[in-house]
Design a protein around this ligand. Sequence first.
Ligand code: F6R
Length: 610
Amino acid sequence: MGIVGYVGHRNALPIVIEALKRLEYRGYDSSGCGIIHDGKLQIYKKTGKIVELERSLPEPNSCDGNVAIGHTRWATHGGPTEINSHPHADCTGTLAVVHNGIIDNYQLLKQRLEKLGHIFKSDTDTEVIAHLIEQYRKTTDNIEDAIREALKAIEGTYGLVVISEDDPDRLFCVRKGSPIIIGVSEKEMFVTSDVNAIVSHTSRVVYLQDHEMAVISKDGMNITTMDKTHVDPLISTVDWDISAIDKGEYKHFMLKEIFEQPTTIANGFRTRINEELCTARLGGLNLPMSELRKIKQIHLVACGTSYHAAMIGKYMIEDMARIPVYADIASEYRYRNPIIPDDTLVFVISQSGETADTLAALREVKAKGANVLGITNVVGSTIARETDGGTYIHAGSEIGVASTKAFTSQVTILTLLSILLARQRSLNPIQGYEYINELKKIPEKIEEILKKNDKIRKIAASIKDSTNALYLGRGINYPVALEGALKLKEISYIHAEGYPAAEVKHGPIALIDEHMPVVAIATHDALFEKVYTNLQEVKARGAKLIIITTKETPELREIAEHLICIPDTLSNLQPLLNVIPLQLLAYHVADLRNLDVDQPRNLAKSVTVD
Ligand code: F6R
């Protein structure tokens, strides 16, 4: 879901439409915009992609104006229909809102408002906000106060922008739990929920804090708290490379982002290695080395792909630093009343820094009085701001909905963390040097793997019509198998499961026949022989085996339909290499099935709802 708004001297709608296109990756079942044209509010909505909305707009001279808002929607309450798209207007059609978040008590509010005579058009929670403001407008002098009153009645989360004929030169922006960013420029102001939407116009931004309202006009902004205390805006500069939001020579963002990994991984470790002491430095953790030494337990909390990175972190940290680590799914962690003993280090891991479940887990940790650190990509995101410290992965903008480069960058940071913690404990300088040296070689080894792109596309062609696939790995490569399966299912819609290779014989082996591709990670580490035995078991049931390995041996050739041979490294770093062919395989399968790789159905780039 994405919000945009513009107030300035230029024609607003083309700017809003362009910004919405940049946000399409976040959620995209429908979109809409609202503009003040000749003093009147006009609203346009359309299901499907932003181009559909753009095509549906009337002639420019009948929808021009200098103040506008827009929204891309990912349905939560109410199906993906035109009526349910934002902006949502009040009964008079003179005021409208765009909203990210969830209004928890919307049913109660809706009932009350209906009793007062308000007529609702949509099934959304958002529409109650417009009617509530309309209701309070009857008893307050101005729209700003009406919004304040309305928000008092609302329980839930919101990033909200209000446009009104009553106050046609200004936009009203509020946040509680869902980001709102104001872009500042000469005689024009922007508002958005995601800085990607506006970086082509300005790099000067203000991150609105929870319970703040910004009233923006072409001449500037006024920020106040809900009790009307003035807040001085803190203008930050966004260091965002605009080329990152262009596909360049690539057919899809996902492919571009896969190919960027040699660079993004290097960006993650480049300034964070202490060559002299053969260790890592992660200054952002804001923890003295003496505190880090006391750590007795680590929790890594995340969702989806970021959770798979957390699982890899668990294997790495436990093996290298001998500290017990719990990797947890944020939506589970937040509700299971986690036990957080003293001397526990909690990390939340999130590419977007906005995932609702991860943010809620972070707040739960804080409620328990423990420190929580973040591993995030989006600078200034809510998670980055609410954590007590942490590390940016510096992967640059990730636009493809399926996370690729953020995953390997997260694993890179977790590798540095493992080295740092391990060097304080049992890892000697020579072993520390070996890890650092091998980490530095990862980018060039990934370049080697990327050269196999054509070969992997051919392999993808051989499985593109499958209905199921199984991904197998053991030890630290078990989470890699999970990640490979997630990539395939989310963009190709082929059902896929990741499994620990030895566990297959306890049930899933019953699924195997000649129609079931099995993608196996059999790189040459301490578990290779064990994995090989497991693969023989599935081969004996007729499985079509695609094997990722580091040495093409006759024994592997005998059982494999396809072998993908990649460079080797230390076994704890091997996931950084092993995941690359799996990303490419998923990409090509989806592309060969002519699917919308960057914007798969039902998904949103950042899941800002529970
Ligand atoms: C899968 C994917 C998702 C995200 C998950 C968490 O490719 O992208 O599973 O990893 O929604 O998102 P972040 O990392 O932004 O918290």
